[in-house]
Design a protein around this ligand. Structure first.
Ligand code: CMC
Length: 427
C-alpha cells in the first residue's frame, strides 16, 4: 500500500487507498467508489483502468520494455525456447533441466486430438478462414474433454492448460491441411513442439519431411514473441469469459474470436497484404497520405500501439530476424524492402512522430511467415497458437486469485428514460 489518494466531489473528500505494484504506475483502488459516492467512473477502452492484479507480464510502453516474469523479451527471444517460456509463464520461474524435460514430455503426450474431432473440419467450406475453423474447433474441445472443465480444481485446470497448449499446433495444422486439400498429419513425439507443428503443417504422407533448423528457430522465436502481452483485448476477453466460471476451452475460443480483429492479431495478415498491395517503394507516399487522411478509414497496418509509445521491443527483434531468416534461406522478398522503406518514411513524418506511432509486432512477422511458406490467412492462427500460453496462464492466475469476481462493467446510459408501452394498433 502506497498511501491514499483523495477524490474531491462537490467539496466533499473521499480517500481511496493507492496500491503499488512491484513496478509501474500506482493504482487508485476505487472498488468502494460507487458505494460511497453513488457515481460510476467512465473509461471506455480501459485507457486508465487496471482490470486486475497480475504477476505475469510487465510492459513499460514509454521505454519499450516487455518483461515476462521479470525477464526481458529480447533475452528470452535470443536465448530461450517457446516451451521454456511457456513453463515460465505458467509457473513463475525458469525451469531446471528436469522440470523442463518433464514439462516438454507432458505437452508432447497431449498433442493428439480425439479422432472424432477431425470430422468437424469437413463441416467447414474448404475456403473457410482458418481463424473461423480454429474458433469453432477449440470451442468444441470442451465437449471432448469434460473431465477437465471443473475450473475450481487446480489439477483439472493444469490438465486443461496442458491440453490447450499441446493441441493448438495440431488443430492449427489441421486447419491449414483442410484448406489445401491435403490429408491431416498426426503429431510425432520425437520432434520438438515447433518442429512437430511445422511437420504437421508442411509434410505429406508421400515423402519424409526434415524440418529445417533455420525455420524451426525462426518459428520458435515468433512463438516466444507472441506468448503473452499483459491485459490486451483477447486476454481480457479470456479473463472476462472465465470470470463467470466458463470452461477454459470456451474462454480460449472467445480469445481467438477477439484476436482475429484487424486492430489486434488480425493486423499481421492485414500488414502483409498491405505491403504486397503497395508493391514498390515508389507507391509508399500514396499510402502514407491515405493513412493521414481523416476521411479515409485506411491505417498503416502493423503500426501504432495502445501501450508502446516509443517502440515495440518485439518489432525490434523481428525486424532483425526478418533479414537474418531471408538471408539464411537465400530468399529475396521485395516486401521486406518495402517494409523497411515504409518504416523509414513514416518514422520521419510529423503525423507519425506526433502520435508516437511505431512498427508493432505485426509489421515484420508476416515477412518471415511468408518466407517460411505460410499463406497470410494462417498468420493470425500462428499468433493464436502462441498466445494460448498467455491466455491460459492469465486465466489460471485469475481463477486462483481469492479476490476474483465475475467481471461486470457499468455504463453511462444514454437511451430513453422509462416510458409506457403503446399497443401496435395505436402507435
Ligand atoms: N495509421 C495511421 N494513423 C494511426 C494508426 C495507424 N496505424 N494508429 C493510430 N493512428 C492515429 C489515429 O488515427 C489517432 O489519430 P488522431 O489523434 O488524429 O485521431 C491516433 O493515431 C491515436 O490512435 P488511436 O486509434 O486512438 O489509438 P489506440 O491506442 O486506440 O489504437 C491501435 C491502437 C493498435 C488499435 C492502432 O494504432 C491501430 O489501429 N493500428 C493498426 C492496426 C495494428 O497494427 N494493430 C496491431 C496492434 S499490435 C498487436 C496486437 O495487439 O495484436
Amino acid at each position: 500500500m502506497a498511501g491514499n489518494s483523495t477524490i474531491s466531489i462537490d467539496g466533499k473528500d473521499f480517500p481511496y487507498p493507492t496500491l503499488s505494484g512491484t513496478t509501474g504506475p500506482d493504482v487508485i483502488d476505487i472498488r468502494k467508489f460507487y458505494g460511497q459516492t453513488g457515481l460510476f467512473t467512465y473509461d471506455p477502452g480501459f485507457t486508465s483502468t487496471a482490470s486486475c492484479e497480475s504477476g505475469l507480464t510487465y510492459i513499460d510502453g514509454d521505454a519499450g520494455v516487455l518483461l515476462h516474469r521479470g525477464y526481458p523479451i529480447d533475452q528470452l527471444a535470443e536465448k530461450s525456447s517457446f516451451m521454456e517460456v511457456a513453463y515460465l509463464l505458467l509457473n513463475g520461474e525458469l525451469p531446471v533441466k528436469d522440470e523442463l524435460d518433464a514439462f516438454v514430455t507432458t505437452i508432447t503426450r497431449h498433442t493428439m486430438v480425439h479422432e472424432q474431432l477431425a470430422t468437424f473440419y469437413r463441416g467447414f467450406r474448404r475456403d473457410a478462414h482458418p481463424m473461423a475453423i480454429l474458433c469453432g474447433v477449440v470451442g468444441a474441445l470442451s465437449a471432448f474433454y469434460p473431465d477437465s472443465t471443473n475450473v475450481g480444481d487446480p489439477q483439472e485446470r493444469t490438465i486443461s492448460m496442458h491440453r490447450l497448449i499441446a493441441k493448438m499446433p495440431t488443430i492449427a495444422a489441421m486447419a491449414y491441411k483442410y484448406s489445401v486439400g491435403q490429408p491431416f498429419v498426426y503429431p510425432k513425439n520425437d520432434l520438438s513442439y515447433t518442429a512437430n507443428f511445422l511437420r504437421m503443417t508442411f509434410s505429406v504422407p508421400a515423402e519424409e519431411y526434415e524440418p529445417d533448423p533455420i525455420i524451426v528457430d525462426a518459428m520458435d522465436k515468433i512463438f516466444i514473441l507472441h506468448a503473452d502481452h499483459e491485459q490486451n483485448a483477447s486476454t481480457s476477453t479470456v479473463r472476462l469469459a472465465g470470470s463467470s466460471g466458463a470452461n477454459p476451452f470456451a474462454c480460449v475460443a472467445a480469445g481467438i474470436a477477439t484476436l482475429w480483429g484487424p486492430a489486434h492479431g488480425g493486423a499481421n495478415e492485414a500488414a502483409l497484404n498491405m505491403l504486397r498491395e503497395i508493391g514498390t517503394p515508389d507507391r509508399i507516399p500514396e499510402y502514407i497520405a491515405r493513412a493521414k487522411n481523416k476521411d479515409d478509414p485506411f491505417r498503416l497496418m502493423g503500426f501504432g500501439h495502445r501501450v508502446y509509445k516509443n517502440f515495440d521491443p518485439r518489432a525490434k527483434v523481428l525486424s532483425k530476424a526478418a533479414s537474418e531468416v531471408l538471408d539464411k534461406l537465400n530468399i529475396s522478398d521485395p516486401v521486406l524492402d518495402t517494409a523497411r522503406e515504409l518504416e523509414q518514411i513514416a518514422l520521419k513524418d510529423q503525423y507519425f512522430v506526433d502520435r508516437k506511432l511505431y512498427p508493432n509486432v505485426d509489421f515484420y512477422s508476416g515477412v518471415i511467415l511468408s518466407a517460411i511458406g505460410f499463406p497470410t490467412t494462417m498468420f493470425t492462427v500462428l499468433f493464436a497458437l502462441a498466445r494460448t500460453v498467455g491466455w491460459v496462464a492469465q486465466w489460471n492466475e485469475m481463477i486462483s486469485d481469492p479476490e476474483q469476481k465475475i467481471g461486470r462493467p457499468r455504463q453511462l446510459y444514454t437511451g430513453p428514460t422509462q416510458r409506457d408501452y403503446i399497443p401496435v394498433e395505436t402507435r
